[in-house]
Write a protein that binds this ligand. Structure first.
Ligand code: PLP
Length: 422
């Protein structure tokens, strides 16, 4: 099999991103061996630098108390601003268009307050079939809240959950007269399909539809150019590919064309002009950037990990990240195809991984194995996840996965196939 003759040690040796792996804690088995961690799409690994930074914040709190707002080594008051330039790089945005705040589902709601403006004639919300449940609940409840309970319309998929380009564009076109908002995942969490966000954004906006993207599975996974693409707004969480830690502070993008406009918005004091915020004025005066959508003062302890994790993306650079990611994922996909042929095993890869239509993740069904293959991988120290009813998601991440990780995974799957055959 070709993957067996692939020189993984050489590939790891010449990997330009190889030094990043040692900047993360790799989970271990009870015996202390490193696991093969392919679940960075669900919870990214902990950068080793987080601990020291957190201790510094705890020390500043201990010694300074309230004075930490202005005198901590990293002032708490404008703490979120420390992340802006890194988020702008990752999102392909102007620094004024991004801000770290709250959590993903909360942000989707806040953004829909401003950007879902239904009228009697234009009220529909288009999303993908099988959108992430939290997104669907958010959309449905916004639709009901605005008095349009039937507004949410799902874009159909094929039997594997994939939406073809023609279906997508035909569907948007067919609904263009009465659709107010298109809000879908830029990368589908279940299938790993990457949508052509640029093309979809242009196509829908030309038809008078406001376009928002949920980028939970896209940020830190595929390069984004939200500003140039003309996206109206976007939101993401930071604990998946961004390695911000469980429940990390999320992020939003609001295109600059919407800054300083009269928009309905749920407001809080952190969205108020910084010049007059502490004069505690009676009337709200919004900051003229995406920061106007902030509600509260930043949660320092859950933002700190992002100070360690986000700079790594700019340091590594998108070109190297994407290139290694393509190689890892393609190697895994090719190995699975070879195993399928060699053992006549029924392995289907749902993810359209060719032609840039995937990021890190492959969603795979081992037909006839049920959960057995998942359990086998888990027992052998390969961390993947199981999505009801039969999908195993595996996501090699270019910052910390190695070529050896792919090799080990394929070997363990091969063993699993042989055991199952007996
Ligand atoms: C992970 C994920 C979420 C999770 O939402 P939280 O508000 O962070 O709990 C929501 N939507 C999508 C598409 C996701 O992938």
């Amino acid at each position: 099999m070709q993957w067996k003759s692939f020189d993984v040690h050489k590939a790891d040796e010449v990997d330009v991103l190889k030094d990043f792996r040692s900047k993360f804690y790799i989970p271990t088995t009870p015996k202390g061996n490193e696991k093969v961690y392919l679940t960075g799409n669900s919870l990214g690994l902990q950068p080793k630098a987080v601990r020291e930074l957190l201790i510094e914040e705890l020390d500043d709190w201990a010694t300074l108390g309230v004075d930490g707002h202005t005198h901590a080594r990293r002032q708490w008051m404008p703490y979120h601003e420390l992340l802006t330039e890194y988020l702008a790089y990752i999102a392909g945005a102007l620094p004024t268009e991004v801000v770290a705040m709250n959590t993903l589902t909360a942000n989707l709601h806040l953004l829909m307050v401003s950007f879902y403006r239904p009228t009697k004639w234009r009220y529909k919300i288009l999303c993908e079939t099988k959108a992430f449940p939290s997104d669907y609940y958010a959309l449905q409840s916004q639709a009901r809240f605005h008095g349009y309970p039937d507004a949410v319309v799902e874009i159909p998929t094929d039997s594997h959950g994939i939406i073809s380009e023609s279906t997508l564009f035909d569907f948007i076109d067919a609904h263009s007269d009465d659709t107010a908002l298109l809000l879908m995942g830029g990368v589908n969490y279940y299938t790993g399909q990457v949508f052509d966000m640029e093309k979809v954004t242009h196509f829908a906006r030309e038809r008078g539809i406001v376009v928002g993207w949920d980028l939970a599975h896209a940020v830190g996974n595929v390069p984004l150019k939200l500003h140039d693409w003309g996206v109206d707004f976007a939101a993401w969480c930071s604990y998946k590919y961004l390695n911000g830690g469980p429940g990390a502070v999320a992020g939003i993008f609001v295109h600059e064309r919407h800054h300083g406009k009269e928009l309905p918005r749920f407001e809080g004091w952190w969205g108020h002009s910084k010049a007059t915020r502490f004069q505690m004025p009676h009337d709200f005066e919004p900051i003229s950037t995406a920061e106007a959508w902030q509600l509260s003062n930043p949660p320092i302890l859950s933002m700190t990990p992002l100070l360690a994790s986000l700079p790594m993306f700019a340091e590594a650079g998108w070109e190297a990240l994407r290139s290694k990611s393509r190689t890892l994922t393609t190697l895994l996909a090719n190995g699975l195809c070879e195993l399928q042929d060699a053992y006549d095993a029924d392995i289907s890869i749902l993810t359209p991984y060719e032609n840039e239509k995937s990021g890190c993740q492959l969603s795979v069904i081992f037909q006839g194995y049920g959960r057995a293959m998942f359990d086998h991988l888990t027992q052998h120290g390969v961390v993947v996840d199981w999505r009801y009813p039969d999908v195993i998601r595996m996501a090699p991440v270019p910052l910390y996965n190695s070529f050896e990780d792919i090799f080990k995974t394929l070997e363990i799957i091969e063993k699993g196939i042989l055991i199952h055959k007996k």
